[in-house]
Design a protein around this ligand. Structure first.
Ligand code: TYD
Length: 200
């Protein structure tokens, strides 16, 4: 099974991806940046010094990372019988480049589908955290904001609304978990939904 953890910046999904992978004994990976080539693409995408990047170019760089990640990490792991937990996947492109940047969501869905060779994660778990809570967490972390974190509140609200829209449109593919609870509670809830779906 391939599970993607999705959510806005400051949602805690990276922590939850790690805890879920530990609990399942799964391969832990991420987009962007799950491969050596992807790490270079990620650095370019997240660098606040990357200014005036066209939204389509941004989407294509995410897709390039995704194709490499599929070929090099996900497909071999699944073929070898391993479970895979990914910190973000293609739905992040629909939420960020689509709802966030305003590119057409259906075009991004087709682009992502092509990058994935038609094989999407079996389950997406949205770690749902209201924008103001996520913002407070990022400020408290005290580290310099990357190119996405540095976007304004309106952008982050569109992204979060986008994730919620995607989740409610495809309830068989999504589970939504309240990410405002303590870390261990969220982890237990994520594990429970993944086990329930895996057994379904
Ligand atoms: P993330 O791994 O969440 O960063 P961090 O290590 O700071 O938690 O994700 C990197 C950023 O990339 C995040 O702001 C969302 C963005 N992103 C997109 O815009 N589109 C995509 O398709 C993906 C996978 C990520």
């Amino acid at each position: 099974m391939w599970v993607a953890l999705e959510g806005g910046d400051g949602s805690g999904k990276s922590t939850q991806a790690r805890l879920l992978a530990d609990a399942l004994g799964a391969v832990l990976t991420r987009e962007p940046g799950g491969t050596a080539v992807g790490a270079r693409i990620r650095a370019l995408l997240l660098d606040p010094g990357t200014t005036a990047l066209d939204a389509r170019a941004e989407a294509l760089l995410m897709a390039a990372d995704r194709a490499q990640h599929m070929a090099e990490v996900v497909a071999p792991a699944l073929a070898g019988g391993r479970d895979v937990v990914s910190d973000r996947s293609a739905w992040s492109s629909l939420a960020y480049q689509g709802y966030g940047r305003g590119l057409p969501v259906e075009a991004l869905r087709r682009l992502s589908d092509w990058a994935l060779g038609g094989r999407w994660p079996d389950l997406a778990v949205l770690i749902d955290v209201p924008a103001d809570v996520a913002d407070a967490r990022l400020s408290a972390a005290g580290r310099a904001a990357d190119r996405f974190e540095g976007e304004g509140d309106a952008f982050h609200r569109r992204v979060l609304d986008g994730f919620r829209t995607l989740a409610s449109a495809q309830p068989d593919r999504w589970a939504v978990v309240d990410g405002t609870r303590p870390v261990e509670d969220v982890a237990a809830r994520v594990l429970a939904v993944v086990r329930a779906r895996a057994g379904a």
